[in-house]
Ligand binder design. Sequence first.
Ligand SMILES: Cc1cc2nc3c(=O)[nH]c(=O)nc-3n(C[C@H](O)[C@H](O)[C@H](O)COP(=O)(O)OP(=O)(O)OC[C@H]3O[C@@H](n4cnc5c(N)ncnc54)[C@H](O)[C@@H]3O)c2cc1C
Length: 220
Amino acid sequence: MPSGEPEHYVPVPWLARQPFNVELRTIHVDRTRLDRELMDAVIRSGVNMVHEKVARIESTGKRVEAIQTESGRRYSAKWLVVGEAASMVDPITSNGVTAALRHAAEGCALILKYRESGRLPLRARICYSARVVYMGKFFNGGIEKLVYEPPVRNRIGLRHAGTVYISPAWGMNLVYARTSPRGMFMTALFGLWLLFFRVTTWLVYRVCKLLPKSADATGC
Ligand SMILES: Cc1cc2nc3c(=O)[nH]c(=O)nc-3n(C[C@H](O)[C@H](O)[C@H](O)COP(=O)(O)OP(=O)(O)OC[C@H]3O[C@@H](n4cnc5c(N)ncnc54)[C@H](O)[C@@H]3O)c2cc1C
């Protein structure tokens, strides 16, 4: 904390119950071992890892056709962009890893589903891209409007502004994981749900901008 004192966060017990079913135990991971075991599992499943730096990309419009490594080797494939390459979530939101894992899980599921045809249908690609973009904009827009820009934090204080941001932002990961929006209809519905929060955030921002700065606010 700013004072230098540690602060312990203990999640409220109702989060573990219906309908949230959140796992409240903290998992401590041996990251070196996890990395090694994941890599072993990937290689066992037949993936060929290339430990080289990509030096050049060949593209047609927005489509990446092939990559060339520093040693000059060329690889062409059908790519599906995930993680920060697909959508950069502000690191301060602590959502980048969750987003990258979500993209990876959805991307793998799509590849498996359509592997026989060898091509992802346009609808599947549009829905995947829309979900990636919607979530990225939701997280980045929220932190920018509620915390980075001064009106809200000057009005209610930095700490409260952080809470106002974190509650829907982290809750949204939960809703996303529970509802698993996939098809056109669910993607559109989820997009509207996120739009509602983005509009609400914008309204809070505008109202705070119109109001005089609170004397109690500890924002900077
Ligand atoms: C300071 C900081 C703090 C963060 N804190 C959090 C946090 O608390 N919680 C959270 O969830 N997220 C956090 N993030 C964000 C999180 O690290 C990223 O969102 C996440 O790592 C993205 O995963 P990725 O696989 O898309 O990309 P990366 O993890 O960046 O992986 C990309 C890989 O590509 C490699 N690469 C790059 N260029 C080339 C090339 N030309 N050729 C070959 N390989 C290449 C890189 O070496 C790297 O290994 C933080 C980020 C930063 C910078």
